[in-house]
Each structure stands twice: as C-alpha cells, then as structure tokens.
Design a protein. Structure first.
Length: 378
C-alpha cells in the first residue's frame, strides 16, 4: 500500500503536466526559446513530484530540497487549474467569434493578449498566496454546542490532519502543541492523519506531540494515512506516550456533574485492506445511554452510516483539509458529503469537519486556512 499510493499520484501528475504543456503552454508561448525553457521547467517540476514522494516515503533528503520539491505538487495543480480556466476562456472567445463577428474581429488581438497575460498573473499570484496562507499558524475556531443531558460544561480541542513527516517536524508540532495547551481544554481529540511517515523517522516530533496536556485525557483515532506506515507499530507507540486510542470503543468523560460518551471508530480505509475496520455497533456498545455521545470518525462520509436510532449527538471528522487549495474543494465534495465546518446531519446528529492543522503535499493553502477547533459543550 505504501508503494501503491505514491505510484498512483505520480501517474496522475504525469497526466497533469502533459495537459498543461499541450493545452496551455503551447497555446500561449510561440517563440521557440521561451517555449523550450517552459517545457524543461515542466519536466523538472514533474521530476520534483517524483523526488517528493521518494523523500516522503522511502529515503531521507535535505529539508531545503524537500521544501522545493514539495512546491512542485502545488505548481502542477495550480497550472492545471489555470489551464482549465484558459480553455473555458477560449471557448467563450469562440462563441464571441460566432455571435459577434464584428466586435470580435476588431478586438481579437487584444482579447488573446489579455487572456495570455491574465493566465500568467493568475498562476504566479495564486502560488504566492498559497505559500503565504500555508505558512500561517492554525486559526482557532470556537464553537459553543449544547448537548442534551450533559449535566454541566466540558471543553475540548480538536486537531486533525497534522501529517507529521516531511516539512511537519518537531518545531511545527511543538508550536501547535503549545497553541492547544494554552487553550486549557478539558480533553483533546486527534481525529486522524496525525502521523504520515514511519515512526522511526520522527522520534522528536512524537515527543513533542506527547506534550499535549488535558485533565480528562488526549484521544486519538486512525486516519487513512496512518494505514500507510506500519500502523501495527504506531498504535502501541502512541499509547506508550500517554495518548489513548479509541479503537471501535467508547468511554465516559466526567467533570463534576457533566458526563459524556466519547466514542471512536477505525477509518473507512481499513475496509479496503481488511485491517482494523470501523465498526459502529461495537464502538457504541459501552455507552452510558442517558448521556450525550460524541463520535470521532476521520472521514466525514462515515456519517452516512450514522442514523438517528444510533443516538449520536455530534460527529467530529477531518480528512478534507477544507479543500486545502482552492478549487480542489469541488473534487473533495465528489467523495465527501461535508467539506468544512458545522452541519446538521440528521434531526438529532450534527457533524463538524475540521480543516486540519497541517497540510499534505505542498506547504500551501488557498481559502482553507489551517485550524484547531475549541468546543464548549453545554
């Protein structure tokens, strides 16, 4: 699985780079030397994608080089989006040619020059904006959510999709841990994709993660990326560092008169490989029936298995990154029913989807800033 996933993504990016060259670059750039320059840039950018995955999953490469090659994924995606917009604009110009021939003929040269210039500015500007937003500290989103029969007040912080490994190393983890601890929650939940490399490569980052502190505990569920990295050794390592793992399980958290059920399931990815599969019935087995229940499930689409008779008050998920790089959110919505924020899933069940504290691939975010979420349950 660890080798299969990078291969699929590399093949996808090969198609992306070929599309950009034939349907954008060759249409815009006519002089031979500039065209040759951009052609080789795209080749090197694609090689950067390959090096990125080798550095992510197989070999150690210098951090400065890793940063540069990680950008190549963002460059490829942004150029692909610009290519699509360029082709749509060309179609509009063709329609103008058919429907308004006199207007089109007089302004043809200006329209095409404007389109070419706008495409270049859009690509460069979007890349810069994405790097800037990706470098920002996670935004603290605050929500106050009533839970029936809670009996008091309990606070929590949710962190998701940190993707420790690569550019997310000890210093980044330490800053986010300090940010979370400063909020002084009663308990902390980590809703998957926290680890995205072999644990042997990140001992200092794991030590920093273990500094998360809350009086009612720190709780973790698997995301799909943890399955890629020897998940059987990951789980006991986290347990040794004081992080409790909800493996299709439920427990009760108490603060004064306030009591709630906290349940968690394995990720849906486990069903693909028949290892550590989610089981909602098992997860709810040990609940205290008169008290509210919060369910941790990494992928929002697990909510499709939750019905009113399960009496789940709130689902906390991640996985989507809020789309991470606009307009990737529209592709995410093809796979997931919820993207980011709070939704009413059924009459009695809400779901909150966290945008993630880190990033996958390039250190970039566009209109989807990283977040950690502070909940006050009342």
């Amino acid at each position: 699985m660890k080798s299969f996933f990078p291969l699929i993504v590399i093949l996808v990016f090969c198609g992306i780079h070929l599309s950009v060259y034939f349907f954008l670059v060759k249409r815009i750039i006519k002089p031979k030397i500039p065209l040759l320059f951009v052609k080789y840039f795209l080749i090197f950018n694609f090689l950067g994608v390959i090096v990125y995955f080798f550095g992510r999953y197989f070999i150690e490469i210098p951090q400065s080089l890793y940063f540069l090659v990680s950008l190549s994924i963002g460059v490829g995606f942004i150029l692909f989006v610009v290519m699509l917009l360029y082709q749509i604009s060309l179609l509009i110009l063709r329609i103008m040619e058919w429907t308004m021939p006199k207007f089109y003929e007089k302004r043809r040269r200006f329209l095409y020059k404007s389109l070419n210039l706008t495409s270049g500015i859009l690509a460069f500007g979007t890349l810069c904006a994405g790097v800037i937003e990706g470098s920002l500290a996670p935004k603290v989103e605050r929500l106050r959510i009533p839970l029936k029969n809670l009996g008091g007040r309990i606070s929590a912080v949710q962190m998701s999709d940190l993707h420790i490994g690569g550019l997310i190393e000890e210093s980044v983890v330490s800053r986010i841990v300090q940010q979370i601890n400063a909020l002084k929650p009663d308990f902390i939940v980590l809703t998957g994709d926290i680890i995205d490399t072999e644990i042997s490569r990140i001992p200092k980052a794991l030590e920093a993660l273990s500094k998360l502190d809350a009086p009612l505990g720190v709780y973790f569920i698997l995301g799909n990326h943890e399955y890629f990295h020897n998940v059987e050794s990951l789980l006991p390592t986290l347990k040794q560092r004081g992080i409790q793992i909800l493996e299709n399980a439920c427990l009760q958290l108490k603060k004064g008169n306030a009591i709630l059920n906290l349940a968690g399931v394995y990720d849906l990815f486990g069903r693909r490989i028949n290892v550590l599969e989610p089981n909602l019935q098992q997860a709810l087995k040990d609940r205290e029936h008169e008290r509210p229940l919060i369910l941790l499930a990494h992928q929002p689409k697990f909510a499709l298995e939750v019905r009113d008779e399960h009496r789940v008050d709130l689902i906390l998920s991640g996985h989507t990154h809020g789309g991470q790089i606009f307009p990737f959110r529209f592709l995410v919505r093809l796979d997931q029913p919820y993207l980011a924020g709070l939704y009413q899933h059924t009459k009695n069940t809400k779901i909150y989807v966290n945008r993630g504290a880190g990033f996958w691939g390039p250190p970039m975010r566009i209109l989807a800033r990283a977040e950690i979420t502070y909940f006050e349950f009342v």
